[in-house]
Ligand binder design. Structure first.
Ligand SMILES: CC(=O)N[C@H]1[C@@H](OP(=O)(O)OP(=O)(O)OC[C@H]2O[C@@H](n3ccc(=O)[nH]c3=O)[C@H](O)[C@@H]2O)O[C@H](CO)[C@@H](O)[C@@H]1O[C@H](C)C(=O)N[C@@H](C)C(=O)N[C@H](CCC(=O)O)C(=O)O
Ligand SMILES: Nc1ncnc2c1ncn2[C@@H]1O[C@H](COP(=O)(O)OP(=O)(O)OP(=O)(O)O)[C@@H](O)[C@H]1O
Ligand SMILES: N[C@H](CCC[C@H](N)C(=O)O)C(=O)O
Ligand SMILES: [Mg+2]
Length: 486
């Protein structure tokens, strides 16, 4: 594709720089990583958290880059076609969309602190139940007919994303639900994706290592409505969160068709919920129609996630009745309050992905009503991530669980003892067991009739990252091993 076609009408500042032969430069591919440049590629130099791509222009050119885009004011002149743009990240995403040129026809995205993976997965399942070829892209990777690929980021980088979307479209996938992380939104990873609808679940403390303030965090999430969703499209918003009003205001300001769900919702209005051990039933109203819905999953929050997913499916043409009947067969996303097994006398062992305060609080509160014995929790906090959440999570665990075991969860480059001691500072009476396998073994060994164990923080993850090495590790496997002897 010619560089002038990549610039299109969206980037007049680039078109203006493409004088004479420059406009005719052929672009074979695109990348923001100089190490990935192949002859004929366009290298887009972006400023990151660790490095600045503009330091790698010479590297990109030496590998055969046909042209380079840099941030305004970088003033790079390496004797090659180098063009300046005010928003190179936005260009990267839009240009990747143009180069790959196709995506599943109907795409939706969901943002929020907790529930994104679950909502994306449930939306895919509702579509699939309706006979559509549907995919989801998120923390657990890519799930589509004939595909179950592990992915490293919740929201992939734009070049990988558009390559993937083109592949999915070629495989016949017509519907795709994706997670929009705040990093992804802030870094314009989703710019260029054509969205039919978008959703917001909730906002709580997360990623405070990346966002300077909670307002910045919320504003990043609201880019989904303000910058990405085409004006007038359905914006499905969970109405019972303390940040719902803000999300509704942002979506209205952007001119969207706001559809609220939940107890305070007017699109899907939740009237009554009954929680059982492994499922919940609820009465919901949609206009004048009344439905009884059944969600075969534990955790109060799963009803909220199911309503957001139903709202998204209904916003893409699925009938309410069909969406709600699909909920009865929902499978939870891997490692989201997932019942892994039980002891002979019926104590339950769950694996969960709560790795932030609100999620931990929610999950502990969710299991209390059906726990006649003790609630036992095993968890840790990741290294190189928000340090402030550690004592808060310690306090929540100490307040809501009867037995707390603090252990390691991806210490990465930090000293594991330090992370644990920061959690322990808030967790009065907790026990510290560094080795996660031993911590799980110990907790499973404690289980008596009526108890519930939650191993939180890693969910679907299959490794433990210590330093820069990731060793194979699975909470599921360790829980099963422990239960094997009981
Ligand atoms: C903090 C963060 O989000 N970093 C992401 C970001 O990297 P960055 O732009 O900061 O990169 P950088 O290392 O500073 O380098 C700047 C630029 O120089 C380039 N470079 C660098 C070296 C070189 O030799 N040549 C070169 O061209 C890099 O390719 C990059 O384009 O963009 C990269 C490409 O898109 C991501 O891989 C990278 O994710 C890192 C690995 C990461 O851990 N991200 C996590 C925190 C994340 O994004 N998480 C969210 C939320 C998770 C959730 O809660 O669900 C997610 O969506 O996964
Ligand atoms: N609607 C919700 N409200 C509060 N907590 C929730 C909600 N949904 C899920 N959780 C909790 O958060 C954990 C992660 O859920 P899920 O993976 O669906 O969210 P996510 O937004 O994708 O998270 P992440 O950003 O880590 O990928 C669950 O294991 C559960 O503990
Ligand atoms: N996407 C999140 C997941 C954290 C999961 C937890 N196990 C940890 O390592 O902190 C992150 O990378 O911050
Ligand atoms: Mg997720």
């Amino acid at each position: 594709m010619k560089i002038r076609d990549l610039a299109g009408t969206n980037f007049p500042e680039l078109s203006a720089q493409l004088q004479g032969n420059a406009a005719e430069i052929d672009i074979a591919g695109i990348t923001a990583d100089s190490r990935q440049v192949k002859p004929g590629d366009l290298f887009v130099a972006v400023a990151g958290t660790k490095a600045n791509g503009s330091a790698y222009i010479a590297d990109a050119l030496s590998r055969g880059a046909a042209a380079v885009i840099v941030a305004e004011g970088s003033g790079a002149d390496a004797g090659a076609p180098v063009f300046e743009l005010s928003e190179p990240r936005r260009f990267l995403a839009q240009a990747a969309a143009r180069l790959f040129g196709r995506q599943p026809e109907t795409m939706v995205a969901v943002t929020g602190t907790a529930g994104k993976t679950s909502v994306a997965s449930f939306t895919r399942q509702i579509w699939a139940h309706s006979g559509l070829a549907a995919a989801m892209i998120g923390t657990t990777g890519v799930t589509a007919p004939g595909r179950n690929d592990y992915g490293s980021l919740t929201t992939p980088d734009p070049v990988s994303l558009h390559k993937l979307l083109a592949e999915l479209a070629d495989e016949g996938v017509t519907h795709a639900a994706m997670e929009a992380s705040s990093h992804g939104l802030d870094q314009s990873r989703l710019d260029g994706v054509r969205l039919a609808a978008a959703a917001f679940t909730n906002l709580g403390r997360d990623h405070m290592d990346y966002h300077p303030t909670v307002e910045h965090y919320m504003a990043s999430k609201m880019r989904l409505f303000g910058a990405l969703l085409p004006k007038g499209s359905p914006a499905v918003i969970f109405a019972d969160d303390q940040w719902s009003a803000e999300a509704i205001a942002a979506a209205r300001k952007a001119g969207h068709d706001v559809r609220t769900v939940g107890r305070n919702g007017d699109f899907i209005s939740l009237k009554r919920v009954e929680h059982f051990r492994h499922k919940q039933s609820a009465e919901v109203h949609v206009g004048d129609d009344i439905f009884e819905i059944h969600v075969p999953l534990a955790g109060d929050f799963q009803v909220a996630n199911a309503l957001v997913a139903a709202g998204l499916a209904m916003s893409t043409g699925i009938e309410a009745k069909v969406a709600f009947s699909a909920l009865e067969k929902l499978q939870g996303a891997s490692g989201r309050l997932e019942l892994v097994g039980q002891t002979k006398d019926g104590a339950l062992a769950y694996v969960d992905y709560a790795h932030k305060p609100d999620a931990l609080e929610n999950v502990l509160e969710s299991v209390r009503p059906f726990t006649t014995g003790r609630v036992i929790i095993v968890f840790g906090c990741g290294g190189d991530r928000d340090k402030g959440k550690r004592p808060i999570m310690g306090q929540i665990a100490a307040r809501l669980a009867d037995v707390v075991i603090v252990t390691d969860d991806n210490p990465r480059s930090e000293i594991p003892e330090t992370i644990r001691s920061e959690i322990m500072a808030g967790a009065k009476g907790a026990t510290e067991i560094a080795d996660r396998a031993e911590a799980i073994r110990t907790a499973v060994g404690m289980l008596k009739a009526g108890d519930t164990l939650i191993v939180a923080g890693k969910g679907h993850e299959e490794g433990q990252t210590i330093g820069s090495v990731t060793l194979p590790f699975s909470d599921h496997a360790e829980v099963r091993k422990g239960l094997g002897g009981l």
